[in-house]
Design a protein around this ligand. Structure first.
Ligand SMILES: C[S@@+](CC[C@H](N)C(=O)[O-])C[C@H]1O[C@@H](n2cnc3c(N)ncnc32)[C@H](O)[C@@H]1O
Length: 282
């Protein structure tokens, strides 16, 4: 996926063939696998009925997909992801959890290999923020939903994290992460625009809200900051920010140290946003 800039590191994969966003890093995988449909897709569950057909676009390792499959069983659920490694993990997870009514295949959300109007519901979580053309992806989804069917989308919005006490290192982490996303055409600050994006793609938006994920105890603050530091150490987009001259190793070490120091403050509090929406196809 090109980003339209004159950029020597342009592309979805880095020089070693790893997704620049770092979906394959063990720390990131751990987060995805721990996601449950009840917790992440709770807003969609009241709309699901046994027998519905459902597509999960950008399903990752399929943890949420498996929960959605339980909710619509015996309806068929299909999970697609651009990365073959994710599909392999999703197949393994569904086998381990003995989910019978789900199948997975590699596919690009921009070019979904299904007949038009094939699904009662299409779900997509934490994918639109990675895309250079999110509205086009939603248009593609729109074509695959049956008339009267639904799309349910979750999109991160880290544009205004709540950080107390105010801290420059934590702020710098978010700014650098967003800059890395922007280079790929994505944005971590896109959730607030989800309603508009879905409407542009042809959906009637029937639900739209924002929520904050809170790190409000010393343990959860340490865990969040620990994840951020692991991402800085493992995600190609942070490595590339040094290669592109945006920062250097010493500055990244300073951000990590500053975040660790901040996380040890007895009043440390951090909350990051995400938006979720349900759209109906007329
Ligand atoms: C942040 S993960 C989210 C995984 C899962 N939906 C969840 O919420 O736990 C984003 C996923 O989207 C996939 N992805 C990114 N671009 C995609 C595209 N163009 N088409 C399909 N999947 C894509 C990535 O491979 C990755 O597995």
């Amino acid at each position: 996926m090109g980003n339209g800039y004159d950029d020597p590191f342009e592309g979805r994969l880095d020089g070693e063939g790893r997704p620049v966003y770092g979906y394959d890093s063990p720390a990131v995988q751990e987060t995805y696998v721990s996601r449950e449909a009840e917790r992440i897709a709770g807003f969609l569950l009241p709309h699901l009925r046994p027998g519905m057909t459902l597509l999960d676009c950008g399903c990752g390792p399929g943890a949420i997909t498996a929960g959605l499959a339980d909710a619509v069983a015996p309806g068929r659920v299909t999970g697609v992801d651009l990365e073959p490694g994710m599909i392999a993990k999703a197949k393994e997870l569904s086998r381990d959890r003995e989910v019978e009514n789900v199948e997975f295949r590699t596919a690009d959300i921009a070019d979904l290999p299904f007949l038009d109007a094939s699904f009662d519901v299409v779900f997509t979580s934490a994918v639109l923020e990675h895309l250079a053309e999110p509205v086009q992806a939603l248009e593609m989804i729109h074509s695959k939903v049956k008339p009267g069917g639904l799309v349910a989308a979750i999109c991160t919005d880290w544009g205004d994290p709540l950080i107390s006490p105010a801290n420059a290192a934590v702020r710098q982490f978010f700014d650098l992460f967003e800059r890395g996303f922007n280079r790929q055409g994505g944005s971590l600050n896109r959730g607030r625009h989800l309603r508009g994006m879905m409407r542009q793609a042809g959906f009637d938006v029937i639900e739209f809200s924002a929520a904050y994920g809170n790190s409000s105890t010393p343990e959860t603050v340490q865990a969040s900051v620990g994840s951020y530091i692991e991402w800085m150490e493992n995600l190609p987009l942070f490595e590339q920010s040094i290669e592109l001259g945006w920062t250097d190793g010493a500055s990244l070490d300073g951000i990590k140290e500053g975040m660790r120091h901040w996380a040890a403050h007895p009043d440390a509090f951090l909350a990051v946003g995400r938006c979720e929406a349900i759209g109906r196809k007329e």
